[in-house]
Design a protein around this ligand. Structure first.
Ligand SMILES: Nc1nc2c(c(=O)[nH]1)N[C@H]1C(S)=C(S)[C@@H](COP(=O)(O)O)O[C@H]1N2
Ligand SMILES: [Mo]
Length: 375
């Protein structure tokens, strides 16, 4: 993005219509960006909890290298592998199929990486590599049925159009067919608008409840197969220890398994810095999980000894986040620390401390805020 502001870049990218090239210099002719990524941008914490639906222009962006945007006019989704009839479906073909929508959270597995101690290398996401959107397209199940899925297939291999530079391994992924047949959507709309280029236009995979690495952008091929895909982004990256150790303890790939379901989590997105004894002070936040629903959010002013229930927002959908608020009534003057804790519909409770892991995935410790209470 040499010589271009982020906003300028986003405007240029948004204006790039159906073109296939990004308006940035080719990999070897540009300034070195210190984090090494073309665009990794997160939503500010205070904006996360403002609305149930995260607007498209505030939705975090993450990809591994400069994207190659497909031309929607010539793009086709190829379906091959363990199917009776390999297919190539145009955007028009997809749009002629029955529609499906899901309002759900997309969260990068690395969201909150910056909060792990000891520090973990990688993009230093804090809170905002997560958003809640309404995704519309067709069911993966319907596409696979059209192609005639064969019995032996267990994993769906997914491919996007982006190409890594030189010897960098491609971002090739696969996920369990059972999950993607149950809930998966190939989405071409986001919040009622055509899917934006930066979010994977013409179409991306949506995997409600599962971490962002499964949500292939610029999707151009799906292939059901008997076994999981191999390669760096399956065998080394996106793995979480089966039996985590103390903070700082690392594991070999075979001692870990792929990240899938999100961990139960809340964040506090708004809190007054100051309050008065006996006057209600409202704090707000979001909560979500890899389980379909959030059952409750509680707040404590004594470090988790006692808890009081927050009020959940009225909007909810399976695997979406839930806004919440809590009217805190300060009892004494001084510095007060409030912590929050979510519980999901399967009974999983957000832990006081996150599980440290060498890739910094799934940070979900209790969020806290400090309020200065005066008499
Ligand atoms: N083709 C492709 N798809 C991809 C990626 C990528 O690098 N290439 N990154 C994944 C990761 S790690 C995340 S967290 C999400 C981010 O989606 P967003 O940019 O729409 O927020 O896209 C996923 N899909
Ligand atoms: Mo991610």
């Amino acid at each position: 993005m040499a010589g271009m502001s982020r906003r300028g870049f986003l405007l240029a990218a948004a204006g790039a219509a159906a073109a296939s090239a990004l308006p940035i210099p080719p990999p070897r002719r540009r300034l070195l960006q210190m984090n090494g990524y073309p665009i990794d941008a997160e939503t500010p914490l205070e904006l996360l909890g403002e609305t149930y639906i995260t607007p498209n222009d505030l939705f975090f962006v993450r990809h591994h290298w400069n994207p190659v945007f497909p031309d929607a006019a010539t793009w086709a989704l190829k379906v091959d592998g363990e199917v009776e009839r390999p297919l190539a479906l145009s955007l028009g073909d997809l749009k002629a199929m029955p529609r499906a929508s899901a309002t759900c959270v997309l969260q990068c597995a690395g969201n909150g990486r910056a909060l792990h101690r000891p520090i973990v290398p990688g993009v230093q996401w804090t809170y905002g590599a997560a958003g809640n959107a309404r995704w519309t397209g067709v069911r993966v199940r319907d596409v696979l049925e059209k192609a005639g899925l064969k019995a032996g297939a267990k994993h769906l291999h997914t491919f996007g159009t982006d190409k890594p530079p030189e010897k960098v391994p491609p971002f090739h992924r696969s996920l369990e067919l059972d999950k993607v047949r149950e809930d998966g959507i190939i989405a071409f709309e986001m919040n009622g608008a055509p899917l934006p280029l930066l979010h994977g236009a013409p179409a991306r995979l949506v995997v409600p409840g599962w971490a962002g690495d499964h949500w292939m952008k610029w999707l151009d091929r799906i292939s059901p197969q008997p076994s999981a895909q191999t390669g760096f982004y399956m065998d080394t990256a996106y793995r979480f220890p089966k039996n985590p150790g103390e903070p700082g303890v690392t594991f070999k790939p075979d001692e870990m398994s792929p990240v899938t379901e999100l961990f139960v989590k809340s964040n506090i997105t708004e809190a007054p810095p100051r309050a008065r004894v006996g006057r209600k002070a409202t704090i707000r936040g979001i909560a979500f999980s890899g389980a379909p629903d959030v059952a409750r959010v509680d707040v404590s002013d004594d470090g988790g000894k006692t808890w009081a229930a927050a009020t959940l927002g009225k909007d909810h959908d399976p695997f979406a986040w839930r806004l919440w608020s809590f009217a805190y009534l300060p009892k004494a003057a001084g510095k007060t620390t409030l912590v929050a804790r979510a519980t999901d519909s399967r009974g999983s409770v957000q832990p006081k401390d996150a599980v440290w892991n060498q890739s910094g995935y799934f940070y979900n410790a209790w969020p806290s805020v400090e309020i200065e209470v005066s008499a």
